[in-house]
Write a protein that binds this ligand. Structure first.
Ligand SMILES: Cc1cc2nc3c(=O)[nH]c(=O)nc-3n(C[C@H](O)[C@H](O)[C@H](O)COP(=O)(O)OP(=O)(O)OC[C@H]3O[C@@H](n4cnc5c(N)ncnc54)[C@H](O)[C@@H]3O)c2cc1C
Length: 452
Protein backbone atom coordinates (compact mmCIF):
# COMPACT_ATOMS: atom_id res chain seq x y z
CA UNK A 1 0.00 0.00 0.00
CA UNK A 2 1.40 3.45 -0.84
CA UNK A 3 -0.16 6.79 0.12
CA UNK A 4 0.53 10.12 -1.60
CA UNK A 5 0.09 13.38 0.24
CA UNK A 6 1.53 16.90 0.36
CA UNK A 7 2.92 16.86 3.87
CA UNK A 8 3.68 14.01 6.24
CA UNK A 9 3.89 14.83 9.93
CA UNK A 10 5.66 12.24 12.03
CA UNK A 11 4.56 12.02 15.67
CA UNK A 12 1.21 13.08 17.17
CA UNK A 13 2.52 14.64 20.36
CA UNK A 14 1.62 18.29 20.86
CA UNK A 15 4.31 19.47 18.41
CA UNK A 16 2.91 17.30 15.60
CA UNK A 17 -0.68 18.10 16.54
CA UNK A 18 -0.01 21.84 16.57
CA UNK A 19 1.68 21.62 13.16
CA UNK A 20 -1.23 19.59 11.76
CA UNK A 21 -3.72 22.10 13.19
CA UNK A 22 -1.90 25.03 11.57
CA UNK A 23 -1.62 23.29 8.18
CA UNK A 24 -5.20 22.04 8.25
CA UNK A 25 -6.39 25.55 7.42
CA UNK A 26 -4.56 25.42 4.05
CA UNK A 27 -5.28 23.46 0.88
CA UNK A 28 -2.45 21.04 1.59
CA UNK A 29 -3.18 17.36 2.01
CA UNK A 30 -1.80 16.38 5.42
CA UNK A 31 -1.14 12.94 6.86
CA UNK A 32 -0.11 12.54 10.51
CA UNK A 33 1.67 9.30 11.43
CA UNK A 34 1.77 8.11 15.05
CA UNK A 35 3.24 4.89 16.45
CA UNK A 36 0.98 4.66 19.50
CA UNK A 37 -2.72 3.91 19.64
CA UNK A 38 -3.35 7.38 21.06
CA UNK A 39 -2.39 11.00 20.45
CA UNK A 40 -0.55 13.24 22.95
CA UNK A 41 2.85 11.51 23.23
CA UNK A 42 4.42 12.62 26.48
CA UNK A 43 1.09 14.07 27.55
CA UNK A 44 -0.53 10.94 28.88
CA UNK A 45 -3.63 11.52 30.99
CA UNK A 46 -5.78 8.97 32.76
CA UNK A 47 -9.30 9.66 34.00
CA UNK A 48 -10.00 7.22 36.86
CA UNK A 49 -13.77 7.16 37.42
CA UNK A 50 -13.40 7.43 41.21
CA UNK A 51 -11.38 10.66 41.07
CA UNK A 52 -12.59 14.20 40.41
CA UNK A 53 -9.25 15.14 38.83
CA UNK A 54 -7.13 13.58 36.14
CA UNK A 55 -3.98 11.53 36.71
CA UNK A 56 -1.00 12.56 34.63
CA UNK A 57 1.64 9.99 33.72
CA UNK A 58 3.66 12.52 31.73
CA UNK A 59 3.45 16.32 31.72
CA UNK A 60 1.40 17.86 34.52
CA UNK A 61 2.29 21.53 35.03
CA UNK A 62 1.96 24.57 32.82
CA UNK A 63 5.10 26.52 33.57
CA UNK A 64 4.18 30.20 33.66
CA UNK A 65 1.54 31.74 31.43
CA UNK A 66 2.63 30.74 27.91
CA UNK A 67 0.23 32.37 25.42
CA UNK A 68 0.17 29.25 23.19
CA UNK A 69 -1.57 27.29 25.95
CA UNK A 70 -3.54 30.05 27.63
CA UNK A 71 -5.19 30.99 24.33
CA UNK A 72 -6.44 27.43 23.95
CA UNK A 73 -7.50 27.30 27.60
CA UNK A 74 -9.45 30.55 27.18
CA UNK A 75 -11.00 29.33 23.95
CA UNK A 76 -12.15 26.08 25.55
CA UNK A 77 -13.20 27.73 28.81
CA UNK A 78 -11.07 25.22 30.71
CA UNK A 79 -10.59 25.52 34.47
CA UNK A 80 -6.97 26.22 35.46
CA UNK A 81 -5.67 25.77 39.00
CA UNK A 82 -2.58 27.59 40.16
CA UNK A 83 -0.35 25.45 42.34
CA UNK A 84 0.02 27.27 45.62
CA UNK A 85 -0.33 25.88 49.07
CA UNK A 86 2.53 25.16 51.43
CA UNK A 87 5.83 23.46 50.90
CA UNK A 88 6.84 20.96 53.56
CA UNK A 89 10.14 19.28 54.33
CA UNK A 90 10.81 15.92 55.95
CA UNK A 91 14.16 15.74 57.68
CA UNK A 92 15.52 13.47 60.41
CA UNK A 93 12.06 12.10 61.13
CA UNK A 94 10.52 15.58 61.40
CA UNK A 95 7.91 16.96 59.10
CA UNK A 96 7.21 20.68 58.95
CA UNK A 97 6.44 23.52 56.56
CA UNK A 98 9.63 24.93 55.07
CA UNK A 99 10.84 27.53 52.63
CA UNK A 100 13.15 25.18 50.70
CA UNK A 101 12.19 26.29 47.20
CA UNK A 102 12.16 30.01 47.94
CA UNK A 103 15.65 29.68 49.43
CA UNK A 104 16.93 27.62 46.51
CA UNK A 105 15.51 30.10 44.02
CA UNK A 106 17.36 32.92 45.75
CA UNK A 107 20.57 30.90 45.85
CA UNK A 108 20.14 29.92 42.23
CA UNK A 109 19.88 33.57 41.18
CA UNK A 110 23.11 34.20 43.03
CA UNK A 111 24.81 31.15 41.52
CA UNK A 112 23.74 32.02 37.97
CA UNK A 113 24.90 35.61 38.43
CA UNK A 114 28.43 34.15 38.24
CA UNK A 115 27.72 32.43 34.91
CA UNK A 116 30.24 33.21 32.18
CA UNK A 117 28.98 35.68 29.55
CA UNK A 118 27.76 34.51 26.14
CA UNK A 119 31.21 35.03 24.55
CA UNK A 120 33.09 33.01 27.19
CA UNK A 121 33.35 29.22 26.93
CA UNK A 122 30.32 27.42 28.32
CA UNK A 123 30.67 25.31 31.48
CA UNK A 124 28.49 22.82 33.32
CA UNK A 125 26.39 23.73 36.34
CA UNK A 126 28.67 21.54 38.46
CA UNK A 127 31.75 23.41 37.17
CA UNK A 128 30.10 26.72 38.02
CA UNK A 129 29.51 25.54 41.58
CA UNK A 130 33.03 24.15 41.87
CA UNK A 131 34.54 27.39 40.56
CA UNK A 132 32.71 29.92 42.72
CA UNK A 133 30.92 28.10 45.52
CA UNK A 134 33.42 25.48 46.64
CA UNK A 135 33.82 26.99 50.11
CA UNK A 136 32.41 24.90 52.97
CA UNK A 137 29.97 27.66 53.95
CA UNK A 138 28.16 27.10 50.63
CA UNK A 139 27.87 23.33 51.10
CA UNK A 140 24.14 23.40 51.95
CA UNK A 141 23.21 25.81 49.16
CA UNK A 142 25.31 23.82 46.68
CA UNK A 143 23.64 20.52 47.53
CA UNK A 144 20.17 22.11 47.46
CA UNK A 145 20.84 23.73 44.08
CA UNK A 146 21.99 20.42 42.59
CA UNK A 147 18.92 18.63 43.96
CA UNK A 148 16.66 21.29 42.49
CA UNK A 149 18.39 21.47 39.11
CA UNK A 150 18.57 17.70 38.68
CA UNK A 151 14.98 17.20 39.79
CA UNK A 152 13.45 19.98 37.72
CA UNK A 153 15.50 19.69 34.55
CA UNK A 154 15.92 15.89 34.72
CA UNK A 155 19.54 16.76 34.06
CA UNK A 156 22.94 15.77 35.34
CA UNK A 157 24.59 18.79 36.94
CA UNK A 158 27.96 17.76 35.47
CA UNK A 159 26.54 17.90 31.92
CA UNK A 160 23.96 20.68 32.04
CA UNK A 161 25.00 23.83 30.17
CA UNK A 162 25.08 27.01 32.24
CA UNK A 163 24.53 29.14 29.13
CA UNK A 164 21.37 27.18 28.41
CA UNK A 165 20.20 27.54 32.01
CA UNK A 166 20.59 31.32 31.85
CA UNK A 167 18.84 31.41 28.45
CA UNK A 168 15.97 29.33 29.87
CA UNK A 169 15.64 31.43 33.03
CA UNK A 170 15.35 34.62 30.92
CA UNK A 171 12.72 33.05 28.69
CA UNK A 172 10.81 31.80 31.69
CA UNK A 173 10.83 35.26 33.35
CA UNK A 174 9.02 36.66 30.29
CA UNK A 175 6.03 34.38 30.83
CA UNK A 176 5.77 34.51 34.64
CA UNK A 177 7.67 31.24 34.80
CA UNK A 178 7.88 31.20 38.61
CA UNK A 179 4.15 30.45 38.66
CA UNK A 180 2.74 27.09 37.69
CA UNK A 181 -0.69 25.82 36.84
CA UNK A 182 -2.57 22.61 36.21
CA UNK A 183 -5.57 21.60 34.19
CA UNK A 184 -7.66 19.62 36.70
CA UNK A 185 -9.57 18.07 33.81
CA UNK A 186 -6.29 16.81 32.35
CA UNK A 187 -3.47 17.99 30.11
CA UNK A 188 -4.89 15.84 27.33
CA UNK A 189 -7.44 18.63 26.79
CA UNK A 190 -4.71 20.45 24.85
CA UNK A 191 -4.01 17.49 22.56
CA UNK A 192 -7.73 16.91 22.11
CA UNK A 193 -8.27 20.58 21.24
CA UNK A 194 -5.93 20.31 18.24
CA UNK A 195 -7.41 17.01 17.14
CA UNK A 196 -10.97 18.30 17.30
CA UNK A 197 -9.99 21.46 15.45
CA UNK A 198 -8.44 19.61 12.49
CA UNK A 199 -10.78 16.64 12.53
CA UNK A 200 -11.70 15.62 9.01
CA UNK A 201 -9.03 17.73 7.31
CA UNK A 202 -5.98 15.74 8.49
CA UNK A 203 -5.51 12.05 7.81
CA UNK A 204 -4.45 10.76 11.26
CA UNK A 205 -2.92 7.27 11.23
CA UNK A 206 -2.45 5.80 14.69
CA UNK A 207 -0.54 2.51 15.23
CA UNK A 208 1.86 3.48 12.46
CA UNK A 209 5.48 2.92 13.43
CA UNK A 210 7.79 4.85 11.13
CA UNK A 211 10.97 2.97 10.23
CA UNK A 212 12.75 4.94 7.52
CA UNK A 213 12.57 8.41 6.02
CA UNK A 214 14.07 8.49 2.52
CA UNK A 215 14.39 12.00 1.21
CA UNK A 216 15.65 14.23 -1.57
CA UNK A 217 14.73 17.83 -2.35
CA UNK A 218 10.97 18.00 -2.84
CA UNK A 219 10.33 14.29 -2.17
CA UNK A 220 9.93 12.14 0.93
CA UNK A 221 9.24 8.42 1.11
CA UNK A 222 8.44 7.00 4.53
CA UNK A 223 8.26 3.31 5.33
CA UNK A 224 6.31 2.22 8.36
CA UNK A 225 4.85 -0.84 10.01
CA UNK A 226 1.35 -1.25 11.32
CA UNK A 227 1.63 -1.82 15.09
CA UNK A 228 -1.38 -4.15 15.16
CA UNK A 229 -0.68 -6.59 12.36
CA UNK A 230 2.91 -5.72 11.31
CA UNK A 231 1.91 -4.98 7.72
CA UNK A 232 4.41 -2.72 5.93
CA UNK A 233 3.24 0.66 4.69
CA UNK A 234 4.70 3.33 2.43
CA UNK A 235 3.83 7.03 2.42
CA UNK A 236 5.02 9.65 -0.08
CA UNK A 237 4.91 13.41 0.20
CA UNK A 238 6.52 16.64 -0.98
CA UNK A 239 7.74 17.47 2.53
CA UNK A 240 7.72 16.15 6.08
CA UNK A 241 7.62 17.61 9.57
CA UNK A 242 9.51 15.37 11.96
CA UNK A 243 8.53 15.72 15.63
CA UNK A 244 10.20 12.59 17.00
CA UNK A 245 11.53 12.81 20.57
CA UNK A 246 15.29 13.30 20.90
CA UNK A 247 15.61 9.87 22.55
CA UNK A 248 14.08 8.26 19.44
CA UNK A 249 16.21 10.30 17.04
CA UNK A 250 19.32 9.19 18.97
CA UNK A 251 18.34 5.51 19.20
CA UNK A 252 20.52 2.86 17.55
CA UNK A 253 19.16 2.10 14.04
CA UNK A 254 17.81 -1.40 14.71
CA UNK A 255 16.29 -0.74 18.13
CA UNK A 256 12.47 -0.66 18.54
CA UNK A 257 10.95 2.68 17.55
CA UNK A 258 14.17 3.94 15.92
CA UNK A 259 13.92 5.82 12.62
CA UNK A 260 16.60 5.82 9.92
CA UNK A 261 17.17 8.78 7.59
CA UNK A 262 18.26 7.85 4.08
CA UNK A 263 20.59 9.53 3.32
CA UNK A 264 21.84 10.27 6.84
CA UNK A 265 22.00 13.92 7.92
CA UNK A 266 25.41 14.33 9.62
CA UNK A 267 24.67 17.92 10.81
CA UNK A 268 21.70 16.61 12.78
CA UNK A 269 23.77 13.82 14.34
CA UNK A 270 26.40 16.36 15.40
CA UNK A 271 23.74 18.66 16.89
CA UNK A 272 22.06 15.80 18.75
CA UNK A 273 25.32 14.78 20.38
CA UNK A 274 25.25 18.11 22.27
CA UNK A 275 21.71 17.75 23.57
CA UNK A 276 20.97 15.22 26.29
CA UNK A 277 17.95 13.07 27.05
CA UNK A 278 16.93 13.48 30.69
CA UNK A 279 15.40 10.73 32.82
CA UNK A 280 12.73 10.95 35.48
CA UNK A 281 10.79 8.60 37.70
CA UNK A 282 7.21 9.55 38.42
CA UNK A 283 4.75 7.51 40.49
CA UNK A 284 1.13 8.46 41.15
CA UNK A 285 -0.28 6.93 44.33
CA UNK A 286 -4.06 7.05 44.53
CA UNK A 287 -5.25 6.41 48.10
CA UNK A 288 -8.61 5.63 49.62
CA UNK A 289 -8.38 8.69 51.89
CA UNK A 290 -6.16 11.69 52.47
CA UNK A 291 -4.51 9.77 55.32
CA UNK A 292 -1.80 12.39 55.87
CA UNK A 293 -4.33 14.94 57.14
CA UNK A 294 -5.35 12.74 60.08
CA UNK A 295 -1.99 11.54 61.33
CA UNK A 296 -1.97 13.68 64.45
CA UNK A 297 -4.62 13.67 67.18
CA UNK A 298 -7.67 15.76 66.35
CA UNK A 299 -6.90 18.25 69.14
CA UNK A 300 -3.87 19.33 67.08
CA UNK A 301 -6.19 21.15 64.70
CA UNK A 302 -3.66 23.71 63.55
CA UNK A 303 -1.30 21.04 62.22
CA UNK A 304 -4.17 19.30 60.46
CA UNK A 305 -5.31 22.57 58.88
CA UNK A 306 -1.82 23.31 57.63
CA UNK A 307 -1.03 19.90 56.23
CA UNK A 308 -4.29 20.14 54.34
CA UNK A 309 -2.60 22.91 52.37
CA UNK A 310 0.50 20.86 51.62
CA UNK A 311 1.39 21.12 47.94
CA UNK A 312 5.00 19.93 47.81
CA UNK A 313 6.96 17.74 50.18
CA UNK A 314 10.76 17.62 49.98
CA UNK A 315 12.19 14.51 51.58
CA UNK A 316 15.81 14.74 50.56
CA UNK A 317 16.93 11.69 52.54
CA UNK A 318 14.60 9.41 50.59
CA UNK A 319 15.11 7.41 47.40
CA UNK A 320 12.14 9.30 45.94
CA UNK A 321 12.88 12.73 47.37
CA UNK A 322 10.17 14.96 45.84
CA UNK A 323 6.45 14.57 46.39
CA UNK A 324 3.40 16.65 45.67
CA UNK A 325 -0.34 16.56 46.12
CA UNK A 326 -2.92 17.89 43.69
CA UNK A 327 -3.50 20.96 45.88
CA UNK A 328 -5.69 23.03 45.66
CA UNK A 329 -7.77 19.96 44.74
CA UNK A 330 -8.33 17.95 47.93
CA UNK A 331 -7.86 14.56 46.32
CA UNK A 332 -6.32 11.44 47.91
CA UNK A 333 -3.41 11.48 45.48
CA UNK A 334 0.32 11.91 45.95
CA UNK A 335 2.92 12.00 43.24
CA UNK A 336 6.50 10.87 43.84
CA UNK A 337 9.31 12.17 41.61
CA UNK A 338 13.01 11.85 41.04
CA UNK A 339 15.05 13.26 38.17
CA UNK A 340 18.59 13.50 36.83
CA UNK A 341 21.46 11.35 38.02
CA UNK A 342 19.51 9.82 40.94
CA UNK A 343 16.75 8.69 38.60
CA UNK A 344 19.27 7.34 36.08
CA UNK A 345 20.85 5.17 38.78
CA UNK A 346 17.54 3.75 40.01
CA UNK A 347 16.46 3.02 36.42
CA UNK A 348 19.79 1.42 35.51
CA UNK A 349 19.59 -0.83 38.58
CA UNK A 350 16.02 -1.74 37.66
CA UNK A 351 14.90 -0.94 41.21
CA UNK A 352 11.32 -1.77 42.28
CA UNK A 353 10.06 1.79 41.99
CA UNK A 354 6.67 1.28 43.63
CA UNK A 355 8.31 -0.27 46.69
CA UNK A 356 10.78 2.59 46.89
CA UNK A 357 7.92 5.06 46.65
CA UNK A 358 5.99 3.49 49.52
CA UNK A 359 9.16 3.22 51.65
CA UNK A 360 10.09 6.84 50.94
CA UNK A 361 6.67 8.11 51.89
CA UNK A 362 6.44 5.97 55.05
CA UNK A 363 9.85 7.17 56.17
CA UNK A 364 9.14 10.83 55.38
CA UNK A 365 5.90 10.72 57.39
CA UNK A 366 7.43 8.51 60.06
CA UNK A 367 4.64 5.94 59.77
CA UNK A 368 4.59 2.18 59.25
CA UNK A 369 4.77 1.05 55.64
CA UNK A 370 1.58 -0.98 56.10
CA UNK A 371 -0.41 2.18 56.88
CA UNK A 372 0.36 3.45 53.40
CA UNK A 373 -0.08 0.07 51.71
CA UNK A 374 -3.51 -0.33 53.29
CA UNK A 375 -4.56 3.02 51.87
CA UNK A 376 -3.58 2.35 48.28
CA UNK A 377 -6.45 2.32 45.83
CA UNK A 378 -4.30 2.29 42.69
CA UNK A 379 -0.78 3.00 41.50
CA UNK A 380 -0.27 4.66 38.13
CA UNK A 381 3.10 4.85 36.45
CA UNK A 382 4.59 4.94 32.97
CA UNK A 383 8.21 4.02 32.34
CA UNK A 384 9.33 6.73 29.86
CA UNK A 385 12.88 5.42 29.94
CA UNK A 386 11.80 2.01 28.62
CA UNK A 387 9.18 3.42 26.23
CA UNK A 388 10.55 2.87 22.67
CA UNK A 389 8.63 5.91 21.41
CA UNK A 390 10.07 8.31 24.00
CA UNK A 391 13.30 6.77 25.37
CA UNK A 392 13.49 9.30 28.17
CA UNK A 393 11.57 12.16 29.70
CA UNK A 394 12.67 15.45 28.15
CA UNK A 395 15.79 17.06 26.78
CA UNK A 396 18.39 19.28 28.37
CA UNK A 397 21.30 21.04 26.78
CA UNK A 398 24.82 19.81 27.30
CA UNK A 399 27.88 22.05 27.72
CA UNK A 400 28.45 24.09 24.55
CA UNK A 401 25.14 22.86 23.11
CA UNK A 402 22.98 25.98 23.02
CA UNK A 403 23.59 26.59 19.31
CA UNK A 404 22.95 22.90 18.58
CA UNK A 405 19.21 23.58 19.07
CA UNK A 406 19.24 25.93 16.10
CA UNK A 407 21.04 23.29 14.03
CA UNK A 408 18.58 20.59 15.05
CA UNK A 409 15.66 22.87 14.20
CA UNK A 410 17.03 23.92 10.79
CA UNK A 411 15.02 22.65 7.77
CA UNK A 412 16.86 20.40 5.31
CA UNK A 413 16.60 20.97 1.55
CA UNK A 414 13.26 22.78 2.02
CA UNK A 415 11.86 19.29 2.45
CA UNK A 416 12.44 18.05 6.00
CA UNK A 417 11.26 20.30 8.82
CA UNK A 418 12.04 19.56 12.44
CA UNK A 419 9.90 20.20 15.51
CA UNK A 420 9.45 18.75 19.00
CA UNK A 421 10.44 20.08 22.41
CA UNK A 422 14.18 19.46 21.85
CA UNK A 423 14.17 21.85 18.88
CA UNK A 424 12.90 24.85 20.83
CA UNK A 425 15.43 27.64 20.42
CA UNK A 426 13.53 30.19 22.53
CA UNK A 427 14.52 28.77 25.93
CA UNK A 428 11.37 26.64 26.33
CA UNK A 429 12.74 23.19 25.51
CA UNK A 430 11.47 20.32 27.66
CA UNK A 431 7.99 21.79 28.05
CA UNK A 432 4.57 21.36 26.51
CA UNK A 433 4.27 24.99 25.46
CA UNK A 434 7.79 24.83 24.01
CA UNK A 435 6.79 21.79 21.93
CA UNK A 436 3.65 23.58 20.68
CA UNK A 437 5.79 26.57 19.63
CA UNK A 438 8.04 24.31 17.55
CA UNK A 439 5.12 22.67 15.77
CA UNK A 440 3.74 26.08 14.81
CA UNK A 441 7.21 27.24 13.75
CA UNK A 442 7.78 24.17 11.53
CA UNK A 443 4.37 24.65 9.88
CA UNK A 444 5.15 28.33 9.23
CA UNK A 445 8.61 27.51 7.79
CA UNK A 446 7.12 24.83 5.57
CA UNK A 447 4.42 27.14 4.21
CA UNK A 448 7.02 29.82 3.47
CA UNK A 449 9.33 27.42 1.64
CA UNK A 450 6.59 25.65 -0.30
CA UNK A 451 5.21 28.97 -1.53
CA UNK A 452 8.66 30.07 -2.85
C1 LIG B 1 7.18 12.38 33.20
C2 LIG B 1 7.16 13.67 32.43
C3 LIG B 1 6.77 14.83 33.08
C4 LIG B 1 6.73 16.04 32.38
N1 LIG B 1 6.28 17.14 33.02
C5 LIG B 1 6.09 18.28 32.32
C6 LIG B 1 5.42 19.38 32.91
O1 LIG B 1 4.99 19.31 34.07
N2 LIG B 1 5.26 20.50 32.17
C7 LIG B 1 5.70 20.60 30.88
O2 LIG B 1 5.52 21.65 30.25
N3 LIG B 1 6.32 19.55 30.29
C8 LIG B 1 6.51 18.40 30.96
N4 LIG B 1 7.07 17.32 30.36
C9 LIG B 1 7.62 17.47 29.01
C10 LIG B 1 6.51 17.47 27.94
O3 LIG B 1 5.69 16.36 28.15
C11 LIG B 1 7.16 17.40 26.56
O4 LIG B 1 8.10 18.44 26.40
C12 LIG B 1 6.14 17.52 25.41
O5 LIG B 1 4.95 16.81 25.69
C13 LIG B 1 6.81 16.98 24.16
O6 LIG B 1 5.94 17.06 23.05
P1 LIG B 1 6.51 16.63 21.61
O7 LIG B 1 5.39 16.69 20.67
O8 LIG B 1 7.76 17.37 21.34
O9 LIG B 1 6.99 15.10 21.82
P2 LIG B 1 6.10 13.81 22.12
O10 LIG B 1 4.95 14.16 22.96
O11 LIG B 1 7.02 12.76 22.62
O12 LIG B 1 5.54 13.41 20.68
C14 LIG B 1 6.31 12.67 19.75
C15 LIG B 1 5.41 11.59 19.17
O13 LIG B 1 6.20 10.80 18.25
C16 LIG B 1 5.74 9.47 18.36
N5 LIG B 1 6.76 8.54 17.86
C17 LIG B 1 7.92 8.18 18.43
N6 LIG B 1 8.58 7.29 17.66
C18 LIG B 1 7.81 7.10 16.56
C19 LIG B 1 7.93 6.29 15.38
N7 LIG B 1 9.00 5.50 15.17
N8 LIG B 1 6.94 6.32 14.46
C20 LIG B 1 5.84 7.12 14.64
N9 LIG B 1 5.67 7.90 15.73
C21 LIG B 1 6.64 7.89 16.67
C22 LIG B 1 5.51 9.30 19.85
O14 LIG B 1 4.69 8.19 20.12
C23 LIG B 1 4.89 10.63 20.23
O15 LIG B 1 3.48 10.59 20.19
C24 LIG B 1 7.11 16.08 31.02
C25 LIG B 1 7.51 14.92 30.37
C26 LIG B 1 7.53 13.73 31.08
C27 LIG B 1 7.93 12.46 30.35
Amino acid sequence: MSDHTDVLIIGAGVAGLAAAWRLSTTDLKICLLEARDRIGGRIYTLHPPTLSTAIELGAEFIHGRPPELFEIIGHMGLAVAETGGERWCARNGNLAPCREIERVELDLDQILSRAPGPDAPDISFQQLLDSYFADERFAGARAAAIRYIEGYHAARADRLSVQALVHGERASDLIDGHRSFRLPAGYDAIANYFRTAFNGSVDLRLNTIVKTIEWQAGQVRVTAQNALDATPQVFRARAAIITLPLGVLKAQPESPGAVRFIPEIPEKRAAMSKIEVGQVIRVNLHFRHRWWTSLRSTDDGRWAARIDRMSFLFAREEKLPTWWTQYPAQTPVMIGWHGGRGAEILLAEDCPITDLAIDSLAHAFNVERCLIEDQIEAIYRHDWHADPFARGSYSYIGVGGLSALTELARPVANTLFFAGEATNTEGHEATVHGAVQTGLRAARDLLERLSN
